[in-house]
Design a protein around this ligand. Sequence first.
Ligand SMILES: [Zn+2]
Ligand SMILES: [Zn+2]
Length: 177
Amino acid sequence: MNKDFGLAPRIFVVSLFEAGCVLQLPGAEELYNLYDRFNEQYFERKLPPSRRVTIAYSNRLTTSAGICYPKQHTIRLSTYYHLKYPEEIKATLLHEMIHLLVPGHGAGFKAWVLRIRACGGRVELHAKERAVIKPARWRYLCRGCGREYLRRNRLKHGGGRHLCGGCRGKLREQRLP
Ligand SMILES: [Zn+2]
Ligand SMILES: [Zn+2]
């Protein structure tokens, strides 16, 4: 999970609204709380406290679930990946937290994975295969601002109950070849 290829996809899945509600991902405060909890629970507070760390979602990160810049104390979590797999957010955060201490996925990293698992945490050694983006099958175009949302799976009700995150306009559904 080390490479950010810097691609800027024309996808803004971060802010799709469903029936007036933003699709649920933990907000910043919750992420920082999780971080502090994990730091205490699994790392014996060996990591810097959350006030000295930046944790943020990235819309540009589509090739991996997360990325860590240990020198900058920065963790980025792929919005794209976690809107698809919201149940993975804690595992990704834990994985990237290990990278604050250990670069790469060698013996040192594995030791942390085993230690965390022994304490009941769920963390993966490598990004899952499914982190690789499969081609979208559905396109939703905002009738208001023209923003494009690509999806592998069809939105419920053909997107009829979703609104554009940018302008809250209605979406037009299109099946991709
Ligand atoms: Zn990694
Ligand atoms: Zn719009």
